[in-house]
Ligand binder design. Structure first.
Ligand code: NDP
Length: 462
């Protein structure tokens, strides 16, 4: 049988672009299709523009802090149109870079939605192509609960393109990554920002102490958090200029914009998975084995369309491992252990390894070290943003199994420490490491006293 391609990739996001470039580098004939913009969620409407908005929003706090260092800045004014458009231009530039990277590697780009017709045939924009192997990298999309009036709300997709000026009041529903990151952005850009969460604190699933620290820091930064509540209906106000949000027990509040950040779902519809026999798992994601192979043996899937860890670097790793294995004669499985991650809320949170709660459930005795302090920069300023750090050590092996931080540059610090945690470093090796002074990071190698461990009786009660 003669195929047009050795590999055809559906979706040109992080995982798809990486896999196609690496496969083409091994000499494979590769085609890729994309129905929105080459670069995918991360580059076009996710990590990259989000982080630029975070940088933009932080100036508000920096101007405030600068007074203690002798600066007179005057009354700061912000232009959302300028920030939005400069970020948009950078996204356009990166989109061009990604297209050139693909073409430079010899990958043929087909613009249009790819649909499987059978296990070797894909239809894109009216054209039919045949490929020996197929990789599905269609990512995910935001999901909103179908409450009455949800059509008035936006998601992160629209948040990057809001008209100027920004609304005076913004309500964000959800307490996950996207919600807390955008809360920090809008708060910094001068909007009255509130979060509506159905739990008692933000960021379920992260280390409990870190969650509490972030929750309190968000409130201290001026973000209002409505806890243990949900919006049941959104209606326009009588004058049509704002929205009324109805909450349980007859509660109601008004806002100018509602944004939902209540999770993302895999993009599995309308791409012909059923025609090729590709099965989904219980979470509705494409089911894959440890080699990222689907239930069809010439079709693989990587990234957020599968139910593993929904992070760009993980999709890159999965895509790279697939290409090495299938086209480079270097069989390699993606390793999902000790994946570091960061939440770019303000202050930032980052971690690698186990939370204290996970470690207590899966390991024996622990030693837990933590430190909360005012970093040097804020000793002079009126804004006293504190930093929190935590190391979790398995007592039997002395191995550092979890490393957590909330504070400035947490992501930059944890990235370095992730190498140590991945390599199985012990607390003795952390202690033997000389600090860099004066930094916040040196605290990670100078925490000497473990906190008292809960007694068995107390732990059971907790
Ligand atoms: P998350 O899964 O992180 O958070 C979803 C939030 O929405 C949770 O607080 C959840 O509450 C809440 N929620 C879910 N359903 C409802 C509902 N019906 N009503 C009210 N609240 C609800 O999703 P995100 O959308 O924030 O992010 C999606 C993924 O994108 C993340 O998992 C992450 O992998 C990735 N991402 C990574 C980033 C990074 O690396 N910095 C940045 C942004 C996204 P509850 O806890 O009660 O379930």
């Amino acid at each position: 049988m003669s195929y047009d391609y050795d590999l055809f990739v559906i979706g040109a996001g992080s995982g798809g672009v990486r896999a196609s470039r690496v496969a083409a580098g091994y000499g494979a004939r590769v085609g890729i299709c994309e129905d929105y913009r080459v670069g995918g969620t991360c580059v076009i409407r996710g990590c990259v523009p989000k982080k630029l908005l975070v940088y933009g929003s932080k100036y508000a706090h920096e101007f405030e802090d600068s007074a203690a260092y002798g600066w007179t800045v005057g009354e700061p004014a912000h232009s959302w149109a300028t920030l939005r458009d400069t970020v948009g231009k950078e996204v356009d530039r990166l989109n061009g870079v990604y297209i050139r990277l693909l073409e430079g590697s010899g990958v043929k780009i087909h613009m249009g939605r790819g649909r499987l017709m059978d296990r070797h045939t894909i239809e894109v924009a009216g054209e039919t192509v045949m490929a020996e192997k197929i990789l599905i990298c269609t990512g995910g999309r935001p999901e909103m609960p179908p409450i009455p009036g949800h059509e008035f709300a936006i998601t992160s997709n629209e948040a990057f393109h809001l008209p100027d000026p920004l609304p005076k009041r913004i309500t964000i529903v959800g307490g996950g990554y996207i919600a807390v990151e955008f809360a920090g952005i809008f708060n910094g850009l001068g909007c009255e920002t509130e979060l509506v969460i159905r739990r008692d604190r933000v960021l379920r699933g992260f280390d409990e102490e870190c969650r509490t620290f972030v929750h309190e820091s968000l409130k201290a930064s001026g973000i209002r958090i409505r806890t243990e509540t949900e919006i049941q209906r959104i209606c326009r106000t009588k004058d049509g200029k704002a929205f009324e949000c109805q909450t349980p027990l007859g509660g109601m509040f008004e806002t100018d914009l509602v944004m939902y950040a209540t999770g993302r779902v895999p993009n599995t519809h309308g791409i012909g998975l059923e025609k090729a026999g590709v099965q989904l798992d219980k979470a509705g994601a494409v089911a894959v084995d440890e080699w990222s192979k689907t239930t069809v043996d010439n079709i693989w899937a990587v990234g957020d369309v599968t139910d593993r860890i929904a992070l760009t670097p993980v999709a890159l790793m999965e895509g790279h491992c697939f290409a090495d294995t299938e086209f480079g004669n270097k069989p390699r499985k993606a390793d999902h252990r000790s994946v570091p991650s960061a939440v770019f809320c303000q202050p930032e949170m980052a971690n690698v390894g186990l939370t204290e709660e996970e470690a207590r459930m899966t390991l024996g005795e622990l030693r837990v070290y933590s430190s909360a302090f005012t970093p040097m920069k804020y000793t002079l300023t009126s804004r006293k943003q504190r930093t929190f750090m935590k190391l979790i050590v398995e007592a039997a092996t002395d191995r550092v199994v979890g490393c957590h931080m909330v504070g400035d540059d947490a992501a930059e610090l944890i990235q370095g420490l992730a190498v140590a945690v991945k390599a199985g470093a012990t607390k003795a090796q952390f202690d033997a490491t000389v600090g860099i002074h004066p930094t916040a990071g040196e605290e990670f190698v100078t925490m000497r006293t473990a906190r008292p461990e809960p007694t068995a009786k107390k732990a059971a009660a907790e």
